[in-house]
Ligand binder design. Structure first.
Ligand SMILES: [Zn+2]
Length: 271
């Protein structure tokens, strides 16, 4: 949650909050200031059954940029059952832009001897297919970015693809939107992790991000029975709906601001 840059009055207890001494939530035109004591917190964990008690896999990619259909994978982390953790670097065949290297710290020099996408990515794609067959949910934070890029890479290099239509995806970014409806403001992985008390030590290291995303997913399900209690097929449908609603919400703003529109049907794969 962001710090309040301007003084205001707490939305809950109405006490004066000095600039920088509390939190700010909401969206332009509907900001809310909170004192520290009243700042929104997630509910306690429940004792309900749900998908947070099932084995969940997790995937994260680091990449050359922000366009899932044009940018390339430079590293991956795959987490599965306890003890199963596969990470790897990929020589993407294009230079890593400086801005991307700043984000994840992976440079061209580090990738000089890394396998090509055609050598490295079958490991990732085959593993995703095992999840399909085992009916294990795959946690991916902002899945339409990572999964769309993975699929685009597979197409680009002519690699065998998993059965995407049967993949069970748990996207904490979308689930969080379904719970909060965007009311808590910016919700990148670091924001949501902090809200749920999940440690995120090395943000933008693929393994750290994958570990944190899975923990956030578990917290979402454990603390929101109406989400955690869904079976994973129903959760897929709910996430599609939430993503579409989030996209419409964004697009209403984007049309007035001349920004790029999101495809309401673009989850978990774009285009
Ligand atoms: Zn207050």
């Amino acid at each position: 949650m962001r710090t309040n840059r301007f003084e205001g009055f707490c939305s809950a207890c109405a006490q004066h909050v000095h600039a920088g001494a509390g939190h700010l939530t909401g969206t332009p035109g509907a900001w809310r200031t909170w004192c520290v004591a009243c700042s929104p917190r997630p509910p306690q964990r429940g004792d309900h059954d749900g998908w947070h008690r099932l084995p969940l896999a997790s995937l994260d990619l680091e990449t050359t940029g922000t366009d899932p259909l044009r940018d390339r994978v430079v590293s991956y982390a795959l987490l599965d059952e306890p003890g199963f953790e596969i990470t790897g670097l990929v020589q993407p065949g294009v230079p890593v832009p400086e801005a991307a290297a700043q984000v994840h710290g992976i440079t061209d020099a580090m990738l000089a001897d890394a396998p090509t996408p055609a050598e490295a990515l079958p490991v990732v794609l085959d593993w995703v297919q095992t999840l399909v067959e085992r009916r294990v949910g795959l946690v991916v934070f902002n899945a339409c970015y990572d999964l769309s890029m993975l699929r685009a890479e597979a197409v680009r290099h002519g690699l065998a693809q998993p059965d995407w239509a049967r993949l069970l995806v748990v996207d904490p970014y979308v689930v969080d939107w379904g719970v909060e409806r965007g009311g808590l403001g910016r919700r990148r992985l670091g924001d949501v992790a902090a809200y749920y008390g999940v440690t995120l030590d090395g943000a933008h290291d693929a393994t750290c991000d994958a570990v944190a995303a899975r923990q956030v997913a578990v917290e979402l399900a454990a603390r929101h029975a109406h989400v955690g209690g869904l079976d994973l097929d129903t959760l897929m449908a709910s996430q599609r709906t939430w993503y579409a609603e989030r996209a419409e919400d964004w697009n209403a703003y984007a049309r007035t601001a001349g920004r790029d529109l999101d495809d309401p049907a673009g989850w978990p794969l774009v285009g």
